[in-house]
Design a protein around this ligand. Sequence first.
Ligand SMILES: Nc1nc2c(ncn2[C@@H]2O[C@@H]3COP(=O)(O)O[C@H]4[C@@H](O)[C@H](n5cnc6c(=O)[nH]c(N)nc65)O[C@@H]4COP(=O)(O)O[C@H]3[C@H]2O)c(=O)[nH]1
Length: 577
Amino acid sequence: MQGGTLPGDAGSVAIGEGKRRDGRKIASFAGLVVLFGNRRLVRMAVLTATFVMMLGVGGAILSIMVGDDLSRQNDAGIGEYEVLTIRSFELITLLERQVTAEACSPAFLEGMRKLAFLPDGINSILYAQDGVIACTSNAGKLEAPVIIGEPDLAASESGATFDIWFDRPQGALGLPGETGTIVGGDGFLVTMPEISAPASLFGKSSREVVFRVDDETWISRGGRAGLYAVAGMAGAGGFNWADWSFYGRDCGESGLYCAASRAPLSSVISSRPFEIGGFLAFSGIVALFVGGLADRGMRSYWSLAARFVRGLTPERMECVYQPVVRMETGEIVGVEVLSRWRDADGRVVFPDTFLPIVNERGLSRRLTEIVIGKARQELGQHLPAEKELQVAFNISPRDYKYDFLRPLFDGHEPGTARLGFILEIVETESFDLSSIKLEMMRLRRQGVRTYIDDFGVGFSNIGNLAELPIDGVKLDRGFSMAPDGSLWANMLPRALELIGSAGHRVVVEGVETGERFEMLKKNRHATFAQGYFIARPMPVEALVAFLKTYPGNGPAGELQPVTASALNIVDFGRLKR
Ligand SMILES: Nc1nc2c(ncn2[C@@H]2O[C@@H]3COP(=O)(O)O[C@H]4[C@@H](O)[C@H](n5cnc6c(=O)[nH]c(N)nc65)O[C@@H]4COP(=O)(O)O[C@H]3[C@H]2O)c(=O)[nH]1
């Protein structure tokens, strides 16, 4: 057997068009994926998507970690301010209870100093009368009393009111060069020291602690002023694309203090170069792995073999019919059924491409079953009622071994049926045909004849001509397609003689020219001919049209002898793709 290397079959495009329109959209989409180049594209897309997804996951983890760290810094700042505030009130309560001597007297000052040394972080106590600071725990009685002025804020906590003076210089109060926030009610006041920020885990971060008056009003209590406002505008996840920075914003339980922190992405990355570099490398490896998996999956899912196995269905398998001429009368007496398979993208795949898959995967019986069923149904439906035709199928000799061929011709009544059936045994491997003799005879009794296909090439054996119950032989197209004067061309009459003398009919395949056709007409052993000179394989609708116009097909009993020039009346070019 030789693989078909045809550019196409006659009429298959135009006639098959309408039928396949529905499947076009799906097919063209499938085609995108089927194309090898696109498989690479899909692989790249999967790889990129995986990498981006990994970056997304990594980014989310990083942003949670940075967010946690920023919250930790915020909480530390808020906590310290809140603790100090509470301690301030406790201290003021203690002062009011314990320091009861005459205001700013030595005993009074002694009492203030003792409490200033409590381990509460507050070491500066002031005493003011009518808005004027008269003495402090550090400076004692002030020679020049200090007017404290209006408080920045009058707040209330658990029913008690207290005033706050933010960031007042402490020089005149015995703490030169320092500033502090003064908190207190009427009489005793305490100065809260500045609080330092804890170290960031992710590079250089900045922080601002604010005293929150209400949702819209707050007073900066240290750090980088304005940060709290920007943090409020940072989007979900606390990442601000405007300055590529992470932001965190938290408030304490009392709601009096809030804090905001910022960590620029660049400093986060530069603070963890190995971890981040390692994660990027890991993401790359995962993406390559997933891309490879996708590629392997696609290769096994979209390989031609996998596509064919999935698509070996009557819907995707098409039959084309190549007419066979009886040389004596010039009449079309038969057709060879040749199969074509439609790939997922709608392209036609020829037998030389899919037959190796059929043989490798043991699908020959499935193929035969589909082709015979489909051809019988198509011919039965389309052929004119009076037309008799010999229909030849290609069969692997292995298929004879199973009791499966005969049921495919159920209902076939030899002698009365207008369709006769021929099985052309294709010898693709060394196979002992004598082992299927019995089945050949059983089929013959059922009216199904057996021919040996592609005689003269491959595994054909002259002994088979004499020993097997065969009904005919198809001479390989290599003989008639060979150029004039070549060894093959010279062997053609000898091969015909050999087969004819064994008493078999011969179908000469591959008749491409009028000269060869005329030459064969003169040879009494050349019973039938098939080839492009007569017609290319074509779909059933084209076959019906062809049979009507073919010059040798006159009304029954009036068959016209056909000459090469008469045959050329048919416009074969119109039928060729
Ligand atoms: N150059 C040239 N070629 C011509 C000419 N006339 C016919 N042909 C081509 O030669 C092949 C003849 O079929 P084959 O020898 O049985 O060879 C067939 C047959 O062995 C096998 N095959 C086709 N359909 C089936 C099938 O349904 N089942 C099985 N098992 N095999 C099949 O595939 C082979 C190739 O089939 P196709 O590609 O259809 O190729 C066909 C046909 O299109 C001509 O004048 N010139």
